[in-house]
Design a protein around this ligand. Structure first.
Ligand code: 13P
Length: 249
C-alpha cells in the first residue's frame, strides 16, 4: 500500500502571524508521526516563514501555484527555481480555482508540470469535473481530457501525485459519495496505467472536496484513495490534526 499523503491547501488564507500561530499548535500535535506524509501549502507571502518553521519536522512545505518560466518579465509570477530555492518540496498545479478564475488550460498546466519537474519539484496535479459536467454524465470524459492534456509527455512518474477534486464538492460541504469517489479514482488509476503501465500503481491519488474530521476515515480508507487535499478544514490546527490522525481516537 502507498503511504498516505495528507495535504493542507490554505488557499488565500492566513497572514504570516496567523500561519505562525497555527504552526505553534499544529507541529507539536503531529510530532513523531512517520507512517504518513503531511504537507502544508501556504500563500507565497508566508512560504519562507512557514518553511523555516517546518524545517526538521515531519511536515513537507508545498506551494499552491507556480509559473512555467524560470525568470523574466512575468509580473506577479513565481518560478519553479524560486520555489526550489525556498526549499519547497511539492507544488499544487491545475487546481480548479486556478482553472476557473485564472483561465488555466490543460496546455498551461502541462507547461507548469514540465517546468516544475525540470527543477526537481514534486507535483500535485489537480483534476475534477464541474457539477454541470457531472449532470451531463461527462465526468469520465472530462477527467480523461484533463489527464491526457496535463500529463502530455510527462515521464517522471515518481514525482507525481494526482488530486481528484470534483469542483462541486469544493468548499460546499457536499462531499462526493463513497461510490462516486471509488469510481473516479479507479478510472483515474486505469487512465494512468494506460499511459505509464504498471508503474502507475505507484502514483498516489488524493481526494479533495469538503474533507473534514468527521468524514476523513470513510474517505481515506477507500480503494485507490491514497490521501486527501484539504481546504477549509485545514485552517484550524485542531481540525487538521484530527484529519491527519484519522485512525486515532
Ligand atoms: P475544501 O476542503 O474547502 O472543500 O477545499 C478542497 C480543495 O479545494 C483543496 O485543494
Amino acid at each position: 500500500m502507498l503511504q498516505k499523503f495528507i495535504v493542507a491547501n490554505w488557499k488565500m488564507n492566513k497572514t504570516i502571524g496567523e500561519a505562525v500561530d497555527f504552526l505553534s499548535q499544529f507541529i507539536p500535535s503531529v510530532e513523531g508521526i512517520k507512517d504518513r506524509e503531511i504537507g502544508i501549502a501556504p500563500t507565497f507571502l508566508c512560504i519562507e516563514t512557514v518553511g523555516k518553521a517546518l524545517k526538521n519536522t515531519n511536515i513537507k512545505l508545498c506551494a499552491q501555484n507556480v509559473f512555467y518560466e524560470n525568470k523574466g518579465a512575468y509580473t506577479g509570477e513565481v518560478s519553479p527555481s524560486m520555489l526550489k530555492d525556498a526549499e519547497v518540496e511539492y507544488v499544487i498545479i491545475g487546481h480548479s480555482e486556478r482553472r476557473k478564475y485564472f483561465h488555466e488550460t490543460d496546455e498551461i498546466i502541462n507547461k507548469k508540470i514540465h517546468a516544475s519537474l525540470k527543477e526537481k519539484l514534486k507535483v500535485i496535479f489537480c483534476i475534477g469535473e464541474t457539477l454541470e459536467e457531472r449532470k451531463l454524465e461527462k465526468t469520465k470524459e472530462i477527467l480523461e481530457i484533463q489527464i491526457k492534456g496535463g500529463l502530455k509527455n510527462i515521464e517522471h512518474v515518481e514525482a507525481l501525485t494526482i488530486a481528484y477534486e470534483p469542483v462541486w464538492a469544493i468548499g460546499t460541504g457536499v462531499v462526493a459519495t463513497e461510490e462516486q469517489i471509488k469510481e473516479a479514482h479507479l478510472f483515474i488509476r486505469e487512465k494512468l496505467r494506460d499511459i505509464y503501465g504498471e508503474i502507475a500503481n505507484e502514483i498516489r491519488i488524493l481526494y479533495g472536496g469538503s474533507v473534514s474530521p468527521e468524514n476523513i476515515k470513510s474517505i481515506i480508507t477507500l480503494d485507490n484513495v491514497d490521501g486527501v487535499l484539504v481546504g477549509g478544514a485545514s485552517l484550524d490546527p485542531l481540525s487538521f490534526a484530527k484529519i491527519v490522525k484519522y485512525d486515532q481516537k
